[in-house]
Design a protein around this ligand. Sequence first.
Ligand code: AMP
Ligand code: FE
Ligand code: FE
Ligand code: ZN
Length: 281
Amino acid sequence: MNTVIGQGKADLHNHTTASDGLLSPAQLVRFAAIKGLKAIAITDHDTTEGIDEGLRAGQFYKIKVIPGIELNTQLDSVEIHLLGYFINWNSEYLQKILFKMRDIRKNRAKKMVEKLVNLYGFDISYEEVLKEAKEGAVARPHIARVLISKGIVKDMSEAFEKYIGTDCPAYVGRYHLTPKEGIELIEICGGVPVLAHPGLITVPGIAEMMLDQGIKGIEAYHSKHTQEQAEYYSELAKKSGLLITGGTDCHGELFDGMPIIGDVSVGMDAVEELKHLSRQK
Ligand code: AMP
Ligand code: FE
Ligand code: FE
Ligand code: ZN
């Protein structure tokens, strides 16, 4: 963990019920307060619907809430996730594209449910998946949660390993922005593009290839990075003149009553630098 003790900590990667997280924005911020964080970013997939509630909760709990987003982009068949910080989430241009992305997600979820029913005879429906997603952007974890609730799989990992992972029979791809388009979109709405969890990119060398594509930072610290990966990507960021960021990628699961938010963090200096690079002065 990269922590600056005494100067406040920030967890810059979190999901809420606006996408595939289990905690509402207000619940997430409340847990951030319990964990003693000074700032968090709300980075839902393809949606900014959690930001307003998060900001209100931030005022209440005295936590700085950074308006953000996570865009899952694709280059050929390789997924490259981008985080956008200090975005102008009210941008009409942004909202138009996000609406389209969420619509594509719905159609894709419907197709995946059809495959799960036709290939395996599972008793699940698209309506149940939509209900699981509530008002949020539909993502594969919502399908997994329906499979869990029906006793078809025991947990999320089993759902991804057997049925809905990228190489599984019931997987259906969806339209993705390219990394270049994702970076441009974040910049158009005044935000700062950061390469998310490079250690999870399945093809070696891709993170290095992204260095001169317009990203401003690298998420070197992430709950699924090893110590070696954290060190390697911090060094890579430093060498390339990019910011080092980090966060848990909290999706709200509770362990002994607590989510992982704050278990990976960076100092408030990273927040200041991100803000400085954004158009939100
Ligand atoms: P989607 O955007 O609908 O393709 O779903 C991607 C989301 O599924 C990611 O943001 C993660 O939250 C989750 N996910 C992807 N792979 C796994 C996995 N192997 N185990 C658990 N969750 C996963
Ligand atoms: Fe997710
Ligand atoms: Fe991601
Ligand atoms: Zn994420």
